[in-house]
Design a protein around this ligand. Structure first.
Ligand SMILES: C[S@@+](CC[C@H](N)C(=O)[O-])C[C@H]1O[C@@H](n2cnc3c(N)ncnc32)[C@H](O)[C@@H]1O
Length: 469
């Protein structure tokens, strides 16, 4: 390691892999790993070290000497600043390769489980504009580039509507366009910002917790429906109505226009009242002829096309014959439960968000599915002996927990029940591997299929079939 401008520096290093959170990986001469965000395997670079730890370095590309063959031209003008799509500079086929590798590595290294032949990862048909939900933040302190900070020019308007800069809770990137959600997403965001500025509406200041406008959420569905939700901080009826009425007139295609007045320190709306300004308080998504009602607080997989693939894989892995009791743990709005219901005797769904369970029940009615039961509550509290006695012992369990994976008490309960099969769907193969390790003495992994729900990012979904030994 040499020093340049008094900063530690590695020259001419080759990036050999992609790993933790999508960062490029190289080796320092002493064998320590160097993590390099935005470097692509195959690049030869000079690295400016920014963090030095006992076991590793973290740095940034100072010079790109030799760009990798695996590189691709990023589609978005905000690439490199916005935290959203860190792999836009890697060709899609290589993104898929590194995702599959990460899943297998996690299962083998963390889970220490034996893997069957893993089917190749299922890529996404759409590699841009695949998301059905985006959340943007308003801020009166737009993130400034180094050039802007050092220039003498008047920086003008500092208001922004966009994404948080990675690692900076109070700085927002002012988005010009985003390649993740189909129009009219960009058109709505731009119109809201321009109208708010023209009418001198205050953008939120996170430090002082002041301002009118806080967040904007846009949901689109494959049926063409649109939900827009604006989160206000100040409770100012005249301004609020002005903005909502503008949106209603300008975008008559909005199916559901809603708002929240949130004066607590954080932006989450789960504990807030959502008020419907016009249209319905929900939109519909459709899959294989099934209708799913989605309200502002409901979880719904963000890539609808790939969600369909994910559910088909889950159903194939479960391989139901029609006489089984199936549990769908972490059911959200009961989508998987209903997707498989016609192939099972009975499906029981459990989910923490009561509104999602209300939707799940309503969805089952729309879809005239009668063999499903849904329960709201924290999984580790609900999923107990009494629950199993009253719903029947499951033959098959499908579990799709959040990123943290399953609570150890839930894993313990699964082991106690000893269902014949468990289909474990996960958006975090590291926590999935941890949970699989706890079940390895009793369950053998017989199928693994990774699914790419999030192109241009390192995130990956993974489905594992466990069969009782
Ligand atoms: C990855 S989502 C899966 C949703 C559903 N399977 C689907 O495909 O739409 C995880 C779900 O778990 C729920 N959840 C998170 N923590 C929970 C807990 N402790 N108990 C019950 N549900 C929980 C979330 O609200 C969310 O709906």
């Amino acid at each position: 390691m040499s020093r340049k401008n008094n900063k530690p520096f590695f020259d001419q290093v080759e990036v050999i892999d992609a790993g933790a959170k999508g960062k490029g990986i190289a080796k320092a001469p002493d064998g320590r790993v160097i993590f390099i965000p935005y470097a692509v395997p195959g690049d030869v670079v000079a690295v400016q070290v920014l963090k030095k730890r006992k076991a590793y370095f973290e740095g940034k590309v100072a010079t790109l000497y030799n760009p990798s063959q695996k590189r691709a031209e990023p589609a978005c003008e905000h690439f490199g600043v916005c935290g959203g799509c860190k792999w836009q500079n890697m060709a899609y086929e290589h993104q898929l390769y590194y995702k599959q590798k990460e899943v297998e590595n996690n299962l083998i290294r963390i889970g220490k489980v034996e893997l069957p032949y893993a089917v190749p990862i299922l890529g996404s048909e759409k590699q841009y504009f695949y998301r059905n939900k985006m959340e943007f933040s308003f801020s009166d302190s737009r993130w400034l580039t180094a050039e802007e900070i050092s220039s003498d020019q008047d920086l003008g308007d500092r208001n922004a509507l966009g994404f948080h800069i990675p690692g900076m809770w109070d700085k927002i990137l002012d988005l010009k366009s985003c390649h993740l959600q189909q129009d009219p997403s960009n058109a709505i965001r731009t119109a809201v910002k321009e109208f708010a500025l023209k009418n001198n509406m205050e953008f939120f200041n996170t430090r002082s917790q002041t301002g009118l406008l806080r967040t904007l959420m846009i949901r689109t569905s494959s049926t063409g429906e649109i939900m827009v939700l604006i989160q206000f901080y100040d409770d100012l009826e005249a301004e609020r109505t002005l903005l909502l009425e503008f949106l209603k007139q300008e975008f008559p295609e909005i199916t559901s226009l809603q708002y929240v007045i949130n004066q607590k320190p954080n932006d989450t709306i789960y504990d807030q009242d959502v008020i419907c300004y016009s249209g319905r308080d929900h939109i519909f998504e459709e899959m294989e002829g099934l209708k799913f009602k989605i309200n502002a607080k409901s979880f719904y997989q963000t890539n609808s096309l790939q969600a369909y693939q994910l559910y088909k894989i889950t159903r194939d892995f479960a391989d139901l014959k029609g006489d089984e009791i199936v549990y769908d743990l972490y059911t959200g709005t009961g989508t998987i439960a209903q997707f498989i219901a016609r192939k099972a005797k009975k499906v029981v769904g459990v989910e923490a968000v009561p509104e999602a369970i209300e939707d799940a029940k309503a969805n089952a009615q729309f879809n005239t599915i009668e063999n499903v039961r849904f329960y709201a509550g924290d999984m580790k509290a609900v999923f107990n002996e009494e629950f199993i006695a009253s719903n029947g012992k499951p033959d098959v369990v499908i579990t799709d927990p959040p990123r943290d994976g399953m609570h150890k008490d839930v894993v313990a309960q699964l082991l106690k029940i000893g269902a014949r099969k468990i289909v474990y769907v996960s958006c975090n193969s590291a926590t999935q591997a941890r949970d699989l390790a706890l079940m390895d003495h009793m369950y053998k992994i017989t199928k693994v299929q990774a699914v790419d729900m999030f192109p241009q990012t390192h995130h990956v979904e993974n489905v594992v079939l466990l069969e009782k030994r």
